[in-house]
Design a binder for this molecule. Sequence first.
Ligand SMILES: *Cc1c(COP(=O)(O)O)cnc(C)c1O
Length: 362
Amino acid sequence: MRWKEQLLRLTPYQPGRSIDAVKKQFNLEKIVKLASNENPFGCSTGVSTALQSNLSSLAIYPDGYATQLREKLAEFLGINEEELILGNGSDNLIQIISRSLLHPNASTIMATPSFSQYKHNAIIEGAVIKELPLINGEHNLDEMLAAIDEQTNVIWVCSPNNPTATYIPENKLIPFLDKVPPHILVVLDEAYYEYVVAEDYYDSINLTRKYENLIVLRTFSKIYGMAGLRVGYGVANRTIIKALEPAREPFNANSLGQLAAIAAINDQEFVEVCKEKNRQGLTQFYDFCEQNQLDYYPSQTNFILIDFKIDGDKVFQYLLEKGFIVRSGKALGFPTAVRVTVGSFEENVGVLQALSDFLKEN
Ligand SMILES: *Cc1c(COP(=O)(O)O)cnc(C)c1O
């Protein structure tokens, strides 16, 4: 078959190791998965209640317009219903945007290391990819601006950034947005938005009003604890949404996901509790790093990237055999680091004890 040439160079996304696979391999009873930035506290009880009472309608296609969720989200965010696009996770929105704007005669700009799916989708579309290295874990917005050329169609900005957990302060984002030509779409991926505590963070939804070339991506996979249900959304002005809609699969947000997301929005107390516990959890990691003189980036997310100054795969493997699945920095562009999701208090104690043991033995 005559596959697209660019597909032959790609490997599928490598997910964090599954709990079952690790249990089997190392004959372990209990596994703690801190690899994919999932919420260790699960999701709101309102979500499970909503799902259980709606299991009878699974033979029916989802509402392709996600009417109820759309209304809920619009009200919650203080925007118009036409300023929203729903996704089968925000991964799906990255794909829709790429499909809509990228092609072999287009170029696209992104930071590196950053979230892998921007590049992955850009490769599939055959676009010219310009990756600008982070400085100190942060986007080099000046260099990203300087990389703009005649063909540039999309600029990807991940804030807070995965895998560094750093964010872009308002006083850097605004001048950047001011300088991007209006025909170039800026994608602001805020998968960790709800975890942010920095006071100089910007109001991204408001910015979509001012900047007609900005789309903000958010997800129910992280703080809302619904990664398995696959719901994400994009916020932008009507013109952008209208242009993207034909590239969206008609039923990309599934029925249960839609219901669950409504219930999840209704429980902001759950979100607040998770945010607070996450900040406390991060202090456990900060203390550990300071005690052991390990470098890390201060986090605005529910994960932390820690530099062990040795092969990250070695740290990863050690933890795996003790029943902790984390992410080696090697595949993430930080070969001597590991990325650890902040777990519950006890899970953090466990993984940090294992890391202490590792440091003693190595
Ligand atoms: C987890 C993550 C996503 C994808 O989230 P889904 O909504 O589950 O597809 C997108 N961007 C970043 C930066 C992420 O870390």
